[in-house]
Write a protein that binds this ligand. Sequence first.
Ligand code: PNS
Length: 166
Amino acid sequence: MTVCDGTVVCPGSYDPITNGHLDIITRTSEVFERVVVGVVNNPLRKETTLFSAEERKAFIDETTADLANVKTQIFSNLLVEFARELGAKAIVKGLRAISDFEYEFEMAQLNRKLDPGIESIYVIASPHYSFLSSTGVREMATFGGDVSDLVPAPVAAAMTERLSDR
Ligand code: PNS
């Protein structure tokens, strides 16, 4: 049984999902009744993603298959609008270090301004994942570094394949 009823959103680019993301999603699913992992498909971002939104969603579906109260959806509107559409009462995100704080502080304030009815909740990263980011993992894999301890196995395999195509 979970502690809080209702739905929350765990949003992110997830390019790709890392073991750190998975830790936050798993811990969130132990607290909240329903968790929707929201995969951003942001057409305004200049930088291209390594994986398409559909591929990123498929990795999350595969790696969270054992979590019965977790599902994944792609969104391309405002995060608070997406949360409202789902009837979610909160946005839940991971917080790794002080360096995350400034960005997340701004996002939380902006999202509160857009919709004060949707709370932003932060889950502190487990210490062994506090250094882990999708950007870091992509960079390591690009230069042939071993990322098998940092991302789920299907993601590591797909990264090797995708980057060898480049
Ligand atoms: O750090 P990430 O994973 O790229 O974060 C993505 C996201 C959506 C969680 C972050 O950009 C955010 O909190 N955005 C809020 C503003 C918003 O709604 N943007 C539109 C997304 S299409």
